[in-house]
Design a binder for this molecule. Structure first.
Ligand SMILES: NC(=O)c1ccc[n+]([C@@H]2O[C@H](COP(=O)([O-])OP(=O)(O)OC[C@H]3O[C@@H](n4cnc5c(N)ncnc54)[C@H](OP(=O)(O)O)[C@@H]3O)[C@@H](O)[C@H]2O)c1
Length: 254
């Protein structure tokens, strides 16, 4: 049987792989035949995800992506150890809530560094180093409807996701000669720890009421996001680049 999302023989780097969307995506990509290198700050979580992967030849590395100055050396080491990559998926991210009037530079900078700048730096090194990234490879990064949907307390998070959506369009143009595709995935809420702890803490919030009222297709499951990521990494989407796939359960359509 033909599987248009077959990833056999592809080597893919995944950040945020220890939990949520990153862990779910890692499991799916391995089932589709990819060999993976997983990155995350959480050592135990990484080991757990690694133990759940199908196939062999996977690896992992603990890294705190806030230390952006260390990224170049770590990625170069990874390329030396594992070889050329065909794909990169950036799922690492944080989503702290902080009102505008309490948002100081260091608070905003932290979110931008982890969510946005680490993505730029990993992509930069992977695609610059000789033998780092295959021509025709694919990069996928997690955006969010926060990129285009104004909400209280989400200044830094929204800015980090809007930065991602803007940057991928420029990166695509600059990497044109290598035919490297770059796309982002823009869900509304996804049923991960990020969502369940929010529901626990703020069950009666305007945000939860809005989901119940307007997100008529429901909250996305991590597996659905993983499917979209795998689709964008696969040869089924050889001409999709510089775009953002919205998966909002209908919430933005009102
Ligand atoms: N869940 C949603 O509703 C939703 C909606 C739209 C977009 N997204 C986006 O999707 C992505 C994944 O979200 P998720 O729900 O799967 O969240 P998650 O379960 O919290 O996963 C994020 C991962 O990033 C890791 N991480 C955090 N800070 C890091 C750092 N400094 N260095 C390296 N790794 C770090 C986390 O490690 P620890 O577990 O140790 O912190 C975690 O494994 C994020 O970019 C998020 O913004 C999520």
């Amino acid at each position: 049987m033909i599987n248009p999302m077959d990833l056999t023989g592809k080597r893919i780097l995944v950040t945020g792989a220890s939990s949520g969307i990153g862990a779910c995506t890692s499991r799916l990509l391995s089932q589709l035949g990819a060999s993976l290198v997983l990155l995350d700050i959480n050592e135990n979580g990484l080991a757990h995800t690694l133990s759940q992967l199908a196939g062999e030849g996977h690896g992992s590395k603990v890294i705190n992506l806030i230390n952006t100055e260390q990224i170049e050396e770590v990625i170069k080491e990874i390329i030396q150890t594992y070889g050329t990559f065909d794909g990169f998926v950036h799922c690492a991210g944080i989503a702290p809530m902080r009102p505008f009037h309490m948002s100081k530079k260091e608070d905003v900078q932290k979110v931008l560094d982890i969510n946005f700048y680490s993505f730029i730096e990993i992509s930069r090194v992977l695609t610059k180093v000789r033998g780092g990234f295959r021509a025709g490879g694919s990069i996928v990064v997690m955006s969010s409807t926060a990129s285009i949907h104004g909400k209280p307390t989400k200044i830094a998070y929204s800015a980090s996701k809007a930065a991602i959506d803007a940057a991928i369009r420029c990166m695509t143009v600059e990497l044109k000669s290598k035919k490297i595709r770059i796309n982002s995935v823009m869900p509304s809420w996804v049923r991960t720890q990020m969502f369940t702890s929010y529901v626990e803490h703020y069950p009666d919030s305007a945000e939860i009421r809005e989901i119940n009222d307007k997100q008529y297709l429901g909250v996305s499951e991590p597996s659905e996001v993983a499917n979209v990521i795998a689709f964008l990494l696969s040869d089924a989407t050889k001409t999709i680049t510089g775009t953002t796939i919205l998966m909002d359960g209908g919430i933005l359509q009102g």
